[in-house]
Design a protein around this ligand. Structure first.
Ligand code: MCA
Ligand code: AMP
Length: 494
């Protein structure tokens, strides 16, 4: 059987640079060699991992991707976990997916060592692997399961989204075609690598194309802007919050700095925004500042990217564009017909090779989310002059903040552990920087509760982006006749 396609492609780019940092560059050949070395360590005396789950807690860059490729080449399923998550969030993902091995780098291994010991999982410190790879690696079919990504939804705890190698390849090929990726491209990678924006749209497409990735540990604005000034990039992909922060930075910069940075942005061949709604005003401000027309696109963990404005064609502020190559999109009225007319809102439903296989160990949830073979996104949209415009979500319990999808129910469950909180309702309120701000209305058992104290208490219990930004103490939560909290009425309290 031939190599997995991404490996075969990497061989064809062997001498090209895959990753570049200020200190060191690594070629595609080095990526192949290192991944084979790590794969041998993962395999030990097994001939292949047979879809065993291997979690990845490695900083973005060469070692992260070498580890990812190692898992795949050894026949495992990759479970990337959030570097800044709390221990209980890690424990949930590791136990729910029945992970057998955690790969961590030297700086992260100590942080997860005691958890690995507690739940009986093998911890591999990737930084310590330096043997020569001598073992033949197994043949892996593209229809094998490759990845689990945990995504928040309408249930309190996140669900594991399972994709095959074929799904991942379809997601990458669609974007490579639509946005005309080539081996001449150079892109910064500063988004977290436990979500598809970073994994598929940036790193996956770049390495499929033979392009150069410059990894950053996080959104290190000053370092990234230095490289923009150097004309280091042809492409740039980010969430709306980052464009808001860049606009603020450019407006605050002195004339000469601003001119130098703007010149770098101007030269790029494409700048993309996604993961959350890009306000038309931000789109227009960015064009006014840099001359670049952002290309907005729409996607979801379960389906990769589905809809995009055109690379060569109209980029309409406030719209997400038309279906991407290989992706079928329809709008459907709830319990009603498929909508074929323009200007009539409906739920976005998606079909195609890009669509995930199942939620990990949740057959009912998987079945519920498909209708006649179409994946139900839970997002409402309307078709206007050939382009889709997102109108909102069907569930009030899903919050998008800084590009992260959060479950209000998960945050409520955590807040109810607070000794003073008797009841609570969590909502997302519009926020100019974060898209939505996590906001809590609480009924107390006694005493008072300040936002600062609540935020302090949440640290270590919830990831930073889940911690409420706004708080209101109320004597009772608004409820309907059935006694259920009405979230629109909760929003009206603020
Ligand atoms: C952090 N802070 C926040 C939030 N996050 N405040 C309000 N709301 C938030 N969501 C606060 C911190 O507590 C801290 O406060 C301060 O902001 C700086 O935190 P830090 O984490 O350092 O911020 P940052 O580095 O500037 O991060 C902002 C970010 C990051 C770069 C936008 O959130 C990010 O990388 N988001 C992207 C997530 C992503 O990739 N999503 C794609 C999912 P203090 O200073 O007081 O301590 S995939 C997806 O959605 C689909 C498939 C798709 O379509 O792509
Ligand atoms: P995730 O679960 O993190 O994959 O987030 C997917 C969700 O992000 C989608 O269901 C949408 O609600 C939202 N989303 C992604 N891109 C856009 C966009 N361009 N405009 C509005 N919402 C978006």
């Amino acid at each position: 059987m031939p190599d997995l396609p991404f490996i075969a492609r990497a061989r064809s780019f062997a001498d090209r640079i895959a990753f570049r940092t200020p200190e060191v560059s690594h070629t595609y050949q080095q990526l192949l060699d290192r991944s084979s070395q790590i794969a041998v360590e993962l395999l030990q005396d097994q001939s292949e991992l047979q879809e065993a789950r291997v979690a990845l807690l490695v900083a973005p860059g060469f070692e992260y991707t070498a580890s990812q490729w190692a898992i795949w080449r050894a026949g495992g399923m990759k479970l990337p976990i959030c570097l800044s998550a709390t221990e209980s969030e890690w424990e949930y993902a590791l136990t729910d997916s029945q992970v057998g091995v955690v790969i961590a780098d030297a700086s992260n291994a100590p942080k997860i060592a005691s958890l690995c010991q507690k739940i009986g999982v093998r911890l591999v410190n990737v930084s310590g692997i330096n043997g020569n790879a001598v073992k033949a690696l197994p043949d892996i079919d593209v229809n094998r399961r490759a990845m689990i990504l945990y995504t928040s939804g309408t249930t309190s705890k996140p669900k594991g989204v399972v994709t095959t190698h074929a799904n991942i390849q379809a997601q990458i090929e669609s974007l490579v075609q639509a946005w005309e990726w080539s081996a001449e491209d150079r892109i910064p990678m500063f988004l977290p690598l436990h979500h598809i924006h970073g994994i598929i749209n940036i790193t996956g497409c770049a390495l499929w194309s033979g392009a150069v990735v410059e990894p950053f540990a996080r959104f290190e604005m000053n370092a990234i802007l230095e490289r923009v000034r150097d004309d280091a990039y042809t492409l740039f992909m980010a969430v709306p919050t980052i464009y808001v922060k860049l606009i603020q930075a450019l407006e605050a910069a002195c004339e000469s700095d601003r001119a130098a940075i703007v010149a770098g942005f101007k030269k790029m061949r494409l700048m993309v925004s996604g993961s959350a709604a890009l306000p038309a005003s931000v789109h227009q401000q960015w064009t006014a500042l840099t001359g670049q027309e952002l290309l907005e696109r729409y996607g979801m963990t379960e389906i990769g990217m589905a809809i995009s404005n055109l690379y060569r064609g109209e980029r309409r502020p406030g719209s997400v564009g038309a279906p991407l190559p290989g992706v079928e999109v329809r709008l459907k009225a709830e319990n009603g017909p498929v909508i074929t007319a323009e200007d009539e809102p409906g739920e976005i439903q998606v079909r195609g090779a890009t669509v995930f296989q199942a939620y990990w160990n949740r057959p009912e949830a998987t079945a519920e989310t498909f209708e006649d073979g179409w994946f139900r996104t839970g997002d409402m949209a309307v078709l206007e002059r050939g382009y889709y415009r997102i109108m909102g979500r069907l569930s009030v319990d899903i919050i998008k903040s800084g590009g992260y999808k959060l479950s209000a129910l998960e945050i409520e469950a955590a807040l109810l552990e607070h000794p003073l909180i008797a009841e609570c309702a969590v909502i997302g309120l519009p926020d100019d920087t974060w898209g939505e701000a996590v906001t809590a209305a609480v009924v107390l058992k006694s005493s008072t509760l300040e936002l600062a104290a609540l935020r302090e208490w949440c640290k270590g219990r919830l990831s930073v982006y889940k911690i409420p930004q706004r708080l209101k103490v109320v004597t009772e939560l608004p409820r309907n006749a059935m006694g259920k909290v009405t979230k629109p009425a909760v929003k009206a309290l603020f």
